[in-house]
Design a protein. Structure first.
Length: 185
């Protein structure tokens, strides 16, 4: 039997988006995120991070630095009982950066590639899953992947009016999104 999942964008959703966050000392969790994710995990949701990381293409940091930060982040989640199934990332940018990371791909949101790959690799039921993001591209990726709900959070740098139009609900942060998910609609 396939498991339902909550797909989480990273910057602006899990952590405060300071711009190209790639070190522990610049990674600040959005308040309430860890506890909310623990509640979702306890309710039977797999937690999967799906994040565009064009800072890799642009040469601001490399994949090894990203992986180190991701491991640290996952350790923080695990410490509160919110196990991250996997972190998926797209290092590409369509036009900016360095080879081999420049060009079109199927993993960069708004494409659904990361969600589809996660569903295949971890036996996830997209039709019972939820995408939480802070931009229109997150909402589009969720819709293209066939998730049940797309939730836009306002914890990013700016309000995304296009994302609001695509979202099933617009909420303040992951903590509010978890309440929405766990309350019968």
């Amino acid at each position: 039997m396939k498991q339902k999942a909550v797909f989480l964008d990273r910057d602006g959703v899990i952590n405060i988006d300071h711009g190209y966050v790639h070190t522990v000392d610049t990674f600040d969790f959005v308040p309430g995120t860890l506890e909310a994710c623990a509640q979702l995990h306890q309710a039977g949701y797999a937690l999967v991070v799906v994040t565009n990381q064009s800072g890799i293409a642009r040469g601001y940091y490399d994949e090894a630095q990203f992986q180190r930060l991701s491991q640290w982040m996952c350790d923080q989640f695990a410490a509160v009982g919110a196990v991250i199934t996997q972190v998926y990332f797209c290092p590409h940018h369509p036009s900016k950066g360095n080879a081999p990371y420049v060009g079109d791909c199927q993993c960069r949101k708004p494409q659904p590639g990361m969600l589809v790959m996660a569903a295949q690799q971890h036996q996830l039921d997209l039709s019972q899953s939820i995408m939480i993001g802070d931009k229109a591209g997150d909402m589009e990726a969720g819709q293209q992947a066939g998730v049940k709900h797309t939730l836009l959070v306002r914890s990013g740098k700016q309000v995304d009016a296009a994302g609001e139009a695509l979202a099933d609900a617009v909420l303040d942060n992951v903590a509010a999104a978890a309440q929405w998910i766990l309350t019968p609609q």
